[in-house]
Design a protein around this ligand. Structure first.
Ligand code: FAD
Length: 364
């Protein structure tokens, strides 16, 4: 065989496998169906700004080993996620904190008052759907202004039809702290994410615009395959199409220095079609004369669309289990968010790939 491993996909999972296996003297080739490496983490420099092409990505972890590993390849800045929620032309702070509550109810300034206010509006009883569950957690007003419209746009369903389980926990803080994450290590790579993949794949044969599935029989003879693409596609949707929530990105260049003053602004009203606008320069505090922004609009998922967030309900999980069983029976090596039908943050997929290359699934 020409290679020890044929790695399908150049996102974090595939690129880490390629890097670590090459380091151990294995012959590897990476197949990538897109025009570029990096998977969904890919950034592209436009007018001096690193644009997060497949959605905004902020790194956060408390896993020191993962943090040390990624810092071999890149230096992070000190960006912290502090989102703005826009409702009827008013800007509020997210996640829900004393900053949100004191703006919503100007008479509320202490945690005790905020708790009282929420309690006075809370839904009481055993919640039967997402609406009731959310109103139980944060009260009617916070739900109606910040959760209802946003959630219904994202899921393209009424909140009354959505299961309560989706929203069992909501980040609510009774402190004046609007940092989204509590992780010890957080930031965005200075210079964007793509350089990480350039380094990981340095000296490795990478075949761009090469879809493994279009020439599967050939590639299967070239080495042991590690597959990081969609598992339902691998088996030609034999047991059905796995469902995803997905969005369309509309990237725009504006001759404006500072469009919205924040990297991410969520639009929580149902009548505004997009869920958020991303202004990329703020991730790296870029000092440029113009700006790049992205409108994110949820669309119905069909198998020709980009799969984004898996819908891990009972039906989809059962379909996935059948695919997984079939893959295991054939000894196929799978990894990453699409092959495992699992939402992974970046630090989690890195951890998973590092564990995988050190497991007995990989022949040394
Ligand atoms: P991917 O990055 O999807 O890589 C898979 C690769 O395989 C792709 O390049 C694909 O083109 C290729 N491929 C698929 N099929 C084939 C085939 N047949 N032949 C050849 N190539 C193929 N995580 C965070 O930690 N912080 C964030 O802020 C964050 N924001 C996110 C925002 C959005 C909108 C989304 C959807 C995810 C976000 N994530 C975030 C998660 C992050 O994107 C994932 O953790 C990461 O992309 C997973 O890497 P992966 O290698 O599993 O998959």
């Amino acid at each position: 065989m020409a290679f020890d491993y044929v790695i399908v996909g150049s996102g974090f999972f595939g690129a880490i496998c390629a890097y670590e296996l090459k380091k151990r003297g294995k012959r590897v080739v990476v197949l990538e169906k897109r025009k570029h490496i990096g998977g969904n983490v890919y950034t592209e420099t436009r007018d001096g700004i690193n644009v997060h092409v497949y959605g905004p990505h902020v790194f956060h972890t408390s896993d020191k080993e993962v943090w040390d590993w990624i810092n071999q390849f890149v230096t992070f800045n000190n960006y912290r996620v502090q989102t703005v929620a826009m409702y009827e032309g008013q800007a509020y702070s997210l996640p829900f904190s004393m900053w949100t509550f004191s703006k919503l109810w100007p008479e509320v300034t202490t945690p005790e008052q905020a708790k009282e206010m929420i309690k006075s509006q809370a839904w009481v009883g055993e919640p039967q759907n997402l609406e009731e569950q959310a109103m139980q957690l944060v009260g009617r007003e916070v739900y109606e202004k910040f959760i209802k419209g946003y959630t219904e746009k994202q899921w393209r369903k009424s909140a009354k039809e959505l299961p309560a389980a989706i929203i069992k926990r909501l980040p609510v803080r009774f402190t004046y702290d609007n940092n989204y994450f509590f992780d010890i290590y957080q930031g965005v790579p200075i210079g964007g994410y793509t350089q990480i993949f350039d380094k990981l794949l340095q000296g490795i044969e990478v075949k761009l615009e090469t879809d493994y599935l279009q020439n599967k029989d050939f590639w299967d003879t070239q080495g042991t395959v590690i597959y990081t693409g969609a598992i339902d596609q691998l088996f030609d949707y034999e047991y059905g199409v796995l469902e995803y929530k997905t969005v369309e990105f509309d990237h725009q260049h504006l001759e404006v220095e500072n469009f919205q003053g924040s990297a991410v602004v969520n639009y929580t009203q149902a009548e505004i079609p997009y869920t958020r606008i991303v202004e990329h320069k703020h991730f790296e505090f870029a000092k440029t004369a113009s700006t790049w922004i992205t409108y994110e609009t949820p669309v119905e998922y069909t198998k020709d669309k980009e799969p984004m967030y898996p819908v891990n309900d009972a039906t989809n999980n059962a379909i996935y289990a059948r695919y997984k069983e079939k893959a295991d029976a054939k000894n196929i090596l799978l990894g990453g968010r699409l092959a495992e039908y699992k939402y992974y943050d970046m630090h989690q997929v890195i951890r998973s790939a590092l564990n995988f290359v050190n497991s007995d699934r990989i022949a040394l």
